[in-house]
Design a protein around this ligand. Structure first.
Ligand code: SF4
Length: 367
């Protein structure tokens, strides 16, 4: 259910029977930047996100994980309406986000309201905080924008209580500092406060803990999850580290989504996906994450035929993982597996999960 914010204003309406955000066959294809000598050639197309369908519900947690360049940041930004997809649709409470932006059709929720409801915190909070403004001024802006009639005293009260809530005590002391007078963890808390001041339905935490000291990462994840309860907010949490994705999804009672070359190859509850992976690539991530404390993690040879990730400009045919997969058979070069399993539960895209698939009669791939 959408709810009023801290100042009593109504939240965006939309249809409550619809998912909070729904992606249907979303594609984001970019033209790759060309070098000087390639000027007259056709530009290459990078398939950053390629045909992803996904629902995010109220108070949901989705932790996206995958190697660098797999498209997880692009998918996150597309989910919150910061990146326009080149194919498919992204809906917020049933409203097509880009139709709202372009004023096409019957717009039930204005684009500005959608953008306010879908917030982001970045890996480097310093770059998004104005170095010439005190924290209180930085945090006043979203309130002035969304609640122009709220007076100075009420604004300060709200900012101080939020700073205290994110662990910045005494709030008055932090409020009068400039960003360069804060540590990395404190800046990230300010960025989180700024996002929460917009009363968001969903926050994209894009590698938001990656730049923090290891000792602070769990603390920051716990804080985000506490605030998720207090503010009824959903989180899409992006990390290249499976142990962080596992912690966030497990403690937030959510899901982990594994991405490979622009596709989600496995999604499901953290424990199930890690203890019993349905996709050989998830096994690679397990192997590469020794602090998961699993027998398979970090032990022996890597469970891949090749270490190198193929170029997303020219992804492999069929199953995109077939060039590295130790279980690949000839059919994997020609046919593309779909995500199968319980919708909203544990799903994976590998022919090995289909007992009657012709995979089982196909010949193993030889390099
Ligand atoms: S479909 Fe084939 S190549 Fe793809 S992950 Fe499964 S076994 Fe490996």
């Amino acid at each position: 259910m959408s709810r009023p914010d801290a100042f009593g204003s109504a939240a965006p309406s939309g249809r409550d029977d619809e998912p909070l955000v729904s992606l249907d066959g979303v594609e984001v294809h970019f033209e790759k930047e060309q070098g000087l000598f390639e000027f007259f050639e056709e530009p290459d197309t990078v398939r950053a996100v390629d045909g992803i369908s996904l629902d995010i519900e109220e108070n949901d947690v989705l932790a996206l994980v995958g190697e660098s360049g797999c498209g997880k940041s692009t998918l996150g930004k597309t989910t919150i309406g910061l990146q326009r997809p080149t194919g498919g649709s992204v809906r917020y409470r049933g409203q097509d986000i880009w139709a709202a932006k372009d004023g096409v059709g019957d717009v039930e929720i204005p684009f500005d309201e959608i953008r306010s409801s879908l917030q982001i915190i970045h890996q480097d909070p310093g770059s998004s905080l104005n170095p010439n403004q005190k924290i209180v001024e930085i945090l006043s802006q979203p309130i002035k924008l969304t609640h122009p009639n709220v007076g100075l005293n009420e604004r300060r009260e709200r900012i101080y209580s939020l700073l205290e809530r994110v662990g910045m005590n005494p709030a008055a002391d932090f409020a009068d500092r400039y960003p360069h007078q804060l540590s990395g963890g404190e800046k990230q808390r300010v960025a989180l406060s700024r996002a929460l001041l917009m009363n968001p339905d969903l926050i994209l935490a894009d590698e938001a803990i990656s730049a923090l000291d290891v000792s602070l990462r769990v603390e920051m994840m716990d804080l985000m999850l506490d605030l998720q309860d207090d503010f009824d907010t959903s989180f899409v949490f992006i990390s290249h580290d499976l142990s962080n994705a596992r912690y966030f999804a497990e403690h937030g009672d959510g899901r982990v989504g594994v991405m490979y070359l622009g596709e989600i190859v496995e999604v499901g509850p953290a424990e199930e996906l890690i203890e019993d992976p349905g996709h050989p690539y998830t096994n690679v991530l397990r192997w590469a994450t020794p602090n998961l404390a699993l027998d398979a993690a970090g032990a022996g040879e890597p469970p891949v035929r090749k270490i190198d990730v193929p170029d997303p400009v020219n992804p492999p045919s069929g199953c995109r993982f077939h060039t590295r997969c130790p279980e690949a058979r000839d059919v994997c070069r020609e046919e593309t597996p779909e995500l199968r399993g319980e919708p909203g539960g544990h799903q994976s895209a590998c022919f090995r999960n289909e007992p009657d698939h012709k995979y089982w009669d196909s010949q193993p791939v030889e390099d």
